[in-house]
Design a binder for this molecule. Structure first.
Ligand SMILES: *[C@@H]1O[C@H](CO)[C@@H](O)[C@H](O)[C@H]1NC(C)=O
Ligand SMILES: *[C@@H]1O[C@H](CO)[C@@H](O)[C@H](O)[C@H]1NC(C)=O
Length: 167
C-alpha cells in the first residue's frame, strides 16, 4: 500500500503544490545584513527588510520576496496615480504602466518559482524607473518615488538570486 502510494503519479505534483503553497521545501532564512551587503544602499535595504512583520536579524527568503514585491508595487501605484506625473510627465506615465506590468509579472514568477524570471522583471522595473528619472528631473516628488521603487527593486533582484541558489 505504502509502496503504491509513493509511486503514485500525482505525488510529484502534490509535493510541488505543498512546496509552493506552504513553502515547506524552500523555507530558508538569511541574515538581513548579508542580503543588504549586496545592495548599493545597505542601510535603506535594511530598513525596508526590517519593516517586514516579524523580521528581526534574519528573514525568510520567500516571505521577504513577496513582501518587497508588494512594497515596490505600493510605491509604483503611488507613482502611476500621481496627478503631477500624469499631467506633466506623460512619458513617465508610460514607464509606470510598464513598471506595474513587470511587478505583476514578478509576482507570477515568484508564485511559480521561476526565479530567473523574477530577477529579470525586477531588473526591467529598475530600467523603466531610471528612464522616468531622465524625464522628470525637475520634480522632487517623482524622483523620490522613483528612488523608492529602485531601492526596493534592487532587493527583489538580490532575493531572486538567493532563491535561484546563486548565494
Ligand atoms: C521562466 O519564465 C521565462 C519567461 O516567461 C520562460 O521563458 C522560462 O521558460 C520560464 N522557466 C521555467 C523553468 O518555467
Ligand atoms: C514607498 O512605500 C513605503 C512603504 O509602504 C513608504 O513608507 C514610502 O513612504 C513610500 N514612498 C513614497 C515616496 O511614497
Amino acid at each position: 500500500m505504502v509502496h503504491s502510494f509513493i509511486k503514485h503519479p500525482l505525488l510529484p505534483s502534490l509535493l510541488l503544490l505543498l512546496c509552493s503553497v506552504f513553502s515547506l521545501c524552500s523555507a530558508r532564512t538569511v541574515k538581513i545584513r548579508d542580503i543588504c551587503s549586496k545592495h548599493p544602499k545597505p542601510d535603506i535595504c535594511g530598513k525596508i527588510l526590517l519593516s517586514l512583520p516579524g523580521a528581526a536579524e534574519a528573514v525568510d527568503l520567500r516571505s521577504a520576496s513577496l513582501y518587497v514585491i508588494n512594497v515596490a508595487h505600493g510605491n509604483a501605484t503611488e507613482g502611476a496615480g500621481d496627478p503631477e506625473t500624469r499631467q506633466r510627465y506623460n512619458a513617465c506615465s508610460k514607464d509606470y504602466t510598464d513598471v506595474l506590468l513587470s511587478l505583476a509579472r514578478a509576482k507570477k514568477s515568484y508564485s511559480s518559482g521561476n526565479y530567473s524570471d523574477l530577477k529579470s522583471n525586477g531588473a526591467i522595473v529598475i530600467k523603466d524607473v531610471q528612464d522616468c528619472d531622465t524625464k522628470a528631473t525637475d520634480s522632487t516628488y517623482v524622483l523620490l518615488i522613483n528612488q523608492d521603487v529602485v531601492d526596493t527593486s534592487r532587493i527583489i533582484v538580490i532575493l531572486a538570486d538567493y532563491l535561484a541558489g546563486k548565494y
